[in-house]
Design a protein around this ligand. Structure first.
Ligand code: ADP
Length: 195
């Protein structure tokens, strides 16, 4: 299975989602994470620490992904329409992470508008970095997306500082030194099950 994580906007948890999906999938079958982000956020993550799966740069993907069953691709933000088309046609599922705010919503609708013209495109939006209650931003955004019939994961990824600690340490969130690390990881576990 090839899963690509893409977004027109940065800072929406794209790399975090790619890393944790790969961490989930590698428990099922050999999994590799392909990092095509020129900012190298994921490769940086891999350099700093010990991710439990292999991370390879895009330019080595053709030769090195053959032995893996699952391939997770972290793309760069700000994709051109032609790039987006190639991406959609080259994966089994496109995940578009978005935070529950107006700018992220605008970026998502732009992406969805472009994807709408591609026959057979399989994509799903993922709400990320959802603020805790009493904020209702996550629920409100879910309602808004549903009212526009945007395919959306039932699972939402909540906001936890454990993710930032994990990124700094270069480990998946379940290894972060934070009392809520397992609670944070449970969101990506349930996302993995949905896929
Ligand atoms: P992108 O790849 O979209 O630019 P990142 O995955 O790099 O986004 O995340 C941007 C920032 O938000 C990073 O500092 C990351 O640690 C943090 N972050 C990502 N997901 C969460 C979350 N669920 N809760 C809290 N912080 C998060």
């Amino acid at each position: 299975m090839v899963i690509t994580v893409a977004s027109h906007k940065g800072g929406v948890g794209k790399s975090t989602t790619a890393v944790h999906l790969a961490a989930y999938l590698k428990e099922k079958a050999p999994t590799v994470l392909v990092d095509s982000d020129p900012n190298r956020s994921v490769c940086g993550w891999a350099v700093n620490g010990t991710l439990p799966f292999e991370v390879i740069p895009l330019h080595q993907a053709a030769r090195r992904t053959r032995e893996f069953e699952h391939i997770v691709i972290d793309t760069n933000a700000g994709l051109r329409p032609d790039e987006l088309k190639e991406i959609v046609e080259g994966c089994d599922l496109l995940i578009i992470p978005m935070t529950p705010d107006a700018l992220s919503y605008q970026a998502l609708m732009l992406t969805v508008g472009l994807i709408g013209n591609i026959p057979g495109a399989k994509y799903k939006a993922l709400l990320t970095i959802i603020p805790p209650r009493p904020s209702r931003d996550g629920d409100d955004m879910r309602q808004e997306l549903e009212s526009h019939s945007i395919p959306l994961f039932t699972t939402g990824i909540r906001r936890f500082v454990a993710y930032q600690k994990a990124a700094l340490a270069g480990v998946p969130v379940y290894q972060a030194n934070d009392p809520r690390a397992q609670e944070a990881w449970s969101d990506y576990l349930s996302l993995g099950k949905e896929i």
